[in-house]
Design a binder for this molecule. Structure first.
Ligand code: GDP
Length: 432
């Protein structure tokens, strides 16, 4: 079982960090394959809470090599801040390896992100403002600057100055704003480059070596299925592709991936703008948000809350080839007098169970709900048998609607608040 991919099942923040940390205990490599520092993965271990943005969530294990893959866009200054914060908390970050092919997020990308959101006005996408989409735009337009360029100071200086010159023409002509100077950004970037140099190299050798030895590689998705650039709620999406994108972004051939784990929360959340058919408002949303600590790991923004959307979830399973599910946070719902699952949408007088492509159509969808009885207390349960019968039925119903076994269940934030129904490395299903 050498390669397990981890993808978010809905709109992100499902708990991918917890699953990656759980799998990392037996892994050789954990590879962040896409996205940028907008990702905020939380791991709670030994009573302490850690937040990972660009650094893979396997970093708490000293024997794991954590790889930032070619598909990531990396802000060198922010990466250093993250490394320093982890070091201050006693985390050994020596085993970080950054692909020399990784594209860089540079100061003008942050400025472009801000200007684009400003230009959109009421239609803003609610990006995290970390320059991710402008960096990917430059990558696909063949204007990107990569980590390998940080290895040669003169080359980097020349490329950066040329890029700033071009962006300044854009700032003046299109956005009508003053230009930015190459300083002080350049000197800060050169200092960052000097510190990051030892981490930058050819990640392919590490990946091929682990594949050849049959060691466990965990592919960590930065975003989620419904934020996928092709299959998500366009244009309210990220710049990344989910399970297939993880292969590209890591440099692992698709036929080497053995398992795709989808991480689904027992309810839904979404941060930023965009359609969200099962969204709840008022006191109920507020209550779940507080209990689930639903505030952005990177931005602190309150997350929008909704009931579990099985229509969107099944679409995510199909498009990503999800064959196992980690269900998180049922404990957050265990004080509810009852819960709901969305099994279809009513739109324009019809009931459908497929996920529409257009955001206008999604906005017209009214969820068709199925009522589920209250779970009763389940927080901290460690075996499936310790869940109340109603919570067990909820898990089975979601399993049925998604069409995939739920083999791991979270019952709290901590590492130990986990029910394992099947060994994630087993080739055959053993206990479900
Ligand atoms: P990610 O971006 O997908 O890794 O998710 P985040 O880390 O942004 O958000 C998930 C939040 O849920 C974090 O605070 C986790 O510690 C927390 N979490 C994960 N699994 C569970 C669970 O089973 N129960 C509870 N109560 N919290 C969980």
């Amino acid at each position: 079982m050498p390669v397990i991919a981890v993808v978010g099942g809905h709109w992100g923040d499902e708990g991918k960090g917890k699953l990656v940390d759980f799998l990392a205990e037996r892994a050789k490599l954990v590879v962040r394959a896409n996205g940028g520092r907008n990702a905020g993965h939380t791991v709670v271990a030994g009573g302490r809470e850690y937040h990972f943005h660009l650094i893979p969530s396997g970093m708490l294990y000293p024997n794991v090599t954590c790889v930032i893959g070619p598909g990531v866009v990396m802000d060198p200054i922010k990466l250093l801040e993250e490394l320093d914060e982890l070091a201050e908390r006693g985390v050994d970050t020596r085993n970080l390896l950054i692909s020399d092919r990784t594209h860089l997020v540079l100061p003008y990308h942050l400025e472009l992100d801000r200007l684009n959101e400003q230009r959109r006005g009421d239609d803003r996408h609610g990006t995290t403002g970390n320059g991710i989409a402008p960096a990917y735009t430059d990558k696909w337009a063949r204007n990107g600057i990569r980590a390998i360029d940080l290895l040669d100071e003169e080359l980097f200086r020349a490329k950066y100055q040329q890029a700033v010159g071009e962006k300044n023409r854009l700032f003046r002509a299109f956005y009508g704003v003053p230009t930015v100077s190459t300083e002080p950004g350049l000197s800060q970037l050169l200092q960052a480059a000097a510190r990051l140099r030892p981490y930058i190299g050819d990640t392919n050798a590490a990946i091929q070596g682990a594949l050849a030895r049959g060691e466990l590689i965990v592919l960590e998705g930065g975003q989620a299925a419904l934020l996928d650039v092709d299959h998500g709620t366009y244009p309210y999406i990220s710049s990344s592709s989910s399970s297939a994108g993880l292969c590209l972004g890591a440099g692992i051939p698709p036929n080497r991936v053995d398992r795709v784990f989808g991480v689904f929360k027992a309810y839904n959340s979404r941060v930023g703008s965009g359609p969200f058919p099962t969204e709840l408002h008022g006191a109920l949303a507020e209550h779940i948000r507080e209990r689930g600590k639903e505030y952005g790991t990177t931005t602190g923004r309150p997350r929008r809350i909704g009931w579990f959307d099985a229509v969107a979830g099944r679409y995510a399973v199909e498009v990503n080839g999800i064959d196992r599910v980690f269900l998180t946070c049922p404990d957050v719902l265990d004080d509810q007098p009852g819960v709901k699952i969305c099994t279809g949408y009513e739109i324009d007088g019809k009931t459908v169970d497929t996920f529409p492509a257009s955001v206008e159509a999604l906005a017209r969808c009214t969820p068709v709900y199925e009522d589920q009885p209250p779970f009763g207390p389940i927080a901290g349960a460690r075996t499936f048998g310790e869940l109340t019968p109603n919570a067990q039925s909820y898990v089975r119903r979601i399993e049925q609607l998604l069409g995939v076994p739920i083999t791991i269940i979270g019952t709290g934030q901590g590492r130990d608040d986990t029910i394992v129904r099947e060994d994630p490395l087993a080739r055959e299903r053993v206990t479900v």
